[in-house]
Design a protein around this ligand. Sequence first.
Ligand code: GLC
Length: 450
Amino acid sequence: MRQARDVIREESEVLHLTDKQIKEIMSRLHNDLVKGLGKDTHANSIVKCWITYIQDLPNGKERGKFLALDLGGTNFRVLIINLGANHFDMQSKIYAIPNHIMTGSGVALFDHIAECLANFMKEHDVYAERLALGFTFSFPLQQLGLTKGILQRWTKGFSCSGVVGEDVVQGLKDAIARRGDVQIDICAIQNDTTGTLMSCAWKNHNCKIGLIVGTGSNACYVEKTENCELFDGEPGKPDLLINTEWGAFGDDGALDFVRTEFDREVDNNSINKGKQIQEKMISGMYMGELVRLALVKLTKMGLLFGGRGSDLLFQRGSFYTKYVSEIESDKPGDFTSCMEVLEELGLSHASEADMAAVRHVCECVSRRAAHLVSAGIACLLNKMNEPRVTVGIDGSVYRFHPHFHTLMCEKIAQLVRPGIQFDPMLSEDGSGRGAALVAAVACRQSSTVA
Ligand code: GLC
């Protein structure tokens, strides 16, 4: 008779991507990237490849005091950053964005941001100063310039009304004007991927890809300006940063051939059904839930926990993505963290075989995520076709998952064309420092112009 363990392994096979499937994913993504960049194909493209208007990477000579805002990850933060020669100092504060603000009106969101900003300036004795600000706003923006960006769609659980189709910089400026107490020059708006790239490029001029594997999943890269058919900015500069917004990959069914019942359920239960399909297979907002759904299925089949689940196991959202990282941090054969998680979930009746199975499911989900990210990065590296590129990386999944980095490096190495090398580089707070750097580079340019 087949053992429960074997059946569990067979059931988890759906989460395994074969090399053939991964290559197919790369080729579909490549086509989508090209469509996103093309003048005639962009409007109907799924992977939008937004132009960022960032053409100059930092040269290490940026100096000065900047404010930064970071909205769109796990936390909302306000930062003040002093860029000096070869060092920077940074102070920041995390503010909550309560759920009613995430899903309320845009005006309330921007008023909240402006209020946090003013409070922060008071606390840091710069309330009366006029400072430049870089705004990291990590959602799909159609940028019309360095300080103008039209929100295309909300992602990652946000759904504030009256913002899609509007200029987000204007939204923030209006909120600051409504208060009337602080003086801010918004110098640049940018994505977290571009911030990550910029913060790594400050130290390493070879950094040409920025990757986030956190609450969401996305990448930006340096493209040749001549390939960006929609670019209407200053001519003459060879490179342009492109925000791919690859989280939307699959929204037209391109990933259906590898999606599972768990992916479909995560999508059905989300507030943006049918959207961000690739992101929902990868990122921190969804990974724990994917594991939970697989565990529920195995429990109902009688293969786990003696067929006896718990209220929490059956409750949506109860299996946090950080549990996946904790469970996989246990040494092989040790189940200390796994046991703690299962106890928290009311599953203290789990046997050692159950714990091994739970770990196996976690590994399948996170390995698939790492391989999907690898497919994306390898696709970009092959497209750029440079001998050696540094990839700046940030995000909670990448930072905290014990094996994500290794899984990714191994897979990318297999998937890139021979002769292409890549160096992963952990970003030091790209969203914060990167925002200041983009603002600083913008100021550097405007002061050269003046
Ligand atoms: C989502 C956003 C994207 C961001 C990513 C990582 O995919 O749409 O702009 O870069 O999350 O935070």
